[in-house]
Design a protein around this ligand. Structure first.
Ligand code: CTP
Ligand code: CA
Length: 226
């Protein structure tokens, strides 16, 4: 991976990337989370660094090492992720690859919940902030290029088009996570969805998807500022 990215293509740029899942506490020993290894987001961070960018990676809990040459901020919950992202702005390019939990438990308990033999514990949920939409809709300090992901199990392109509009981003990288071993696996099949149309890539290793995505993005941002 990384070999298609022109060396220095993103020199002088700040690229902000989210990756991994978020963990939303239920009590001190339990949480709600999405399935996400962080492999795709971390590979994008490494590819951006290889292209000469200054890279900030805001990562949820993953079993991966921090990519070399990348400033990595570790967070647990969606609200911590949003806070770290906003603190890391401004950025030239923001890429939201994290699988953020859509909901958190309204009243996480400070002590471990115990089985009492009868009633199941009620878990009232509240919606988490949408980090991508919050950044893409900023009135000032919006990164010039905002990229979202869409993991779908059906109607992949239609749902991606809807997300592009609703979230206010410039590009959606849509992937079909139904069926095969995309989640946690090493390969990914993606569609690049913009207002102008759809570009479908062949199934590729995640680090190849990352380097191609960074090369594509480098072609979209106005030429060198370094
Ligand atoms: N995202 C985010 N913050 C959230 C939820 C999603 O930043 N609270 C970002 C993801 O990182 C991804 C994009 O939004 O780049 C789409 O995430 P996805 O879960 O596919 O979309 P949702 O809007 O949450 O819709 P749904 O899960 O209902 O399909
Ligand atoms: Ca979601």
């Amino acid at each position: 991976g990384g070999d298609q990215v022109p060396h220095g293509a993103l020199a002088g740029r700040h690229v902000l990337i989210t990756s991994g899942p978020t963990h939303e506490p239920i009590d001190p020993v339990r949480y709600i989370a999405n399935r996400s290894s962080g492999k795709q987001g971390h590979a994008i961070a490494a590819a951006a660094a290889a292209a000469g960018a200054r890279v900030t990676l805001v990562s949820g809990p993953v079993a991966l090492p921090d990519p070399p040459g990348v400033e990595t901020i570790h967070v647990e919950s969606a609200r911590e992720m949003l806070n770290a992202v906003e603190t890391s702005l401004p950025a030239d390019i923001a890429i939201f690859a994290a699988a953020v939990a859509d909901w958190r438990v309204a009243d996480a308990t400070s002590n471990k919940m115990k089985k009492d033999g009868n009633a199941l514990p009620p878990l009232a949920l509240v919606e988490n902030p949408d980090i991508l939409a919050t950044v893409a809709h900023r009135k000032s300090g919006r990164p010039p290029l905002v990229v979202g992901f869409a993991a779908e199990t059906q109607n992949v392109i239609d749902y991606a088009r809807a997300k592009l509009a609703k979230k206010g981003c410039d590009l959606i990288v849509a992937n079909d996570v139904g069926g095969t071993g995309v989640m946690g696996g090493d390969a990914n099949t993606v569609h690049l969805v913009t207002a102008d149309g759809v570009e479908t890539w062949p199934t590729l290793p995640k680090d190849e998807v990352a380097s191609r995505l960074i090369a594509h993005i480098a072609g979209l941002v106005p030429a060198g500022r370094a």
